[in-house]
Design a protein around this ligand. Structure first.
Ligand SMILES: NC(=O)c1ccc[n+]([C@@H]2O[C@H](COP(=O)([O-])OP(=O)(O)OC[C@H]3O[C@@H](n4cnc5c(N)ncnc54)[C@H](O)[C@@H]3O)[C@@H](O)[C@H]2O)c1
Length: 330
């Protein structure tokens, strides 16, 4: 399927990853609709595209409005979700509602309107603690947070919807996605904001390992999958396959931005930091997360952006948009 001329609806298109997907699809000649309730998304992410996109402010839990927006749509890119880990722990029902019931609404509206394909955002969180590294798509799926459960349920429904209705459903299991327009909250963003203020990175533990994948690489895999008509139902790790410890990330940031030091703060899981205002160490933190991307490699995808280059790009954006990172989200 060629992207040029396709009618594509992106849920969560005003968010971080969604806005990059929208931008790229528009550049390739697709007719794009954004469906977003702006709970965490922002007009600032899409204002440069506003005259080229159909924008619908709506909630995926509002089935009537959602279904009415799917008229004449060929492909759905489903990115809308609740991502807040503390929220999913304290209010798993709301997390389940938005992520699972909301996704079922998207699937039902898509089937009703003869949409050909849904590409949806899944997450590394469906695996839980790694039993081995790198984690391939067959790794045990035993989420440690309710968010991983609500996302895993979506994958199971996606298979059932394909089998029952013939609609193509493809899930992308994102690792840690970073880049311009990222929301402020996770470790790399905290390091970058502090670097901008000429402050050293604050490390908790430091031996946690993460797989950082640059956002435009995600968009490339997403678009390869639009074109692959033979793939009808599947899931793909969307990652670099490279593990970086938080210690190594801190050293990289210190060296890149000539910071004086690295600060080690001794706080336990679930405790509030005294160094970073409002930031809490997550409970049941993942010890290591590195996703094997060889399945996606086999369909012609290779992430291109090296971590140091991606960080530079995000930092360049942050310098112009520092007002966006006043408060922590997630
Ligand atoms: N950023 C990552 O590293 C990462 C990792 C794993 C999975 N994901 C998944 O990727 C997708 C995009 O995440 P992101 O990082 O761009 O987050 P984001 O918060 O920037 O984007 C989510 C978008 O969905 C919208 N939204 C939320 N609830 C909605 C609802 N009920 N109805 C309509 N719109 C709603 C928000 O307003 C926002 O624009 C999500 O599905 C998330 O679970 C992201």
């Amino acid at each position: 399927m060629k992207i040029n001329g396709l009618n594509i609806l992106v849920t969560g298109g005003a968010g971080f990853i969604g806005s990059h997907i929208v931008e790229n699809l528009i550049n390739q000649g697709a007719n794009v609709t954004i469906y977003d309730n702006f709970s965490t998304g922002s007009m600032k992410n899409i204002k440069h595209l506003s005259d080229k996109v159909r924008l619908i402010k709506g909630d995926i839990l509002d089935y009537k409005k959602l279904e009415a927006s799917f008229d004449n749509i060929d492909i759905i890119s489903h990115q809308a979700a609740q991502l807040e880990i503390t929220k999913c722990i304290f209010n798993p029902i709301e997390d389940l509602k938005i992520n699972t019931e909301g996704s079922l609404n998207v699937f039902n509206a898509a089937v009703k309107n003869d949409v050909e394909k849904i590409i949806y955002a899944s997450s590394a969180c469906i695996y839980g603690q790694a039993k081995y590294l790198p984690e391939d798509e067959n790794h045990p799926q035993d989420p440690n947070w309710p968010y991983g459960v609500s996302k895993l349920a979506v994958e199971k429904y996606a298979r059932i919807y394909h089998e029952n209705y013939g609609i193509s459903t493809i899930g992308l299991r994102y690792s840690i996605i970073y880049g311009p327009r990222e929301w402020y909250g996770r470790v790399l963003t905290v390091f970058l904001k502090r670097a901008l203020e000429n402050k050293p990175p604050v490390v908790w533990g430091g031996d946690q390992i993460r797989d950082f994948c640059y956002v435009t690489d995600v968009v490339e895999l997403h678009n390869i999958l639009i074109n692959k008509e033979e793939i009808k139902n599947d899931v793909f790790n969307t990652s670099t396959g490279i593990g970086t410890s938080i210690n190594d990330l801190a050293i990289l940031i210190k060296n890149m931005f000539n910071l004086s030091d690295i600060l080690y703060e001794n706080i336990g899981e679930g405790e509030l930091s005294t160094e970073i205002e409002g930031r809490k160490r997550l409970p049941l933190e993942l010890k290591a997360m590195v996703l094997d991307n060889s399945k996606a490699n086999k369909i012609g995808w290779e992430p291109k952006i090296k971590l140091i280059n991606g960080i530079n790009k995000e930092y360049t954006w942050l310098k112009k948009n520092h007002f966006r990172w006043k408060t922590l989200s997630y």
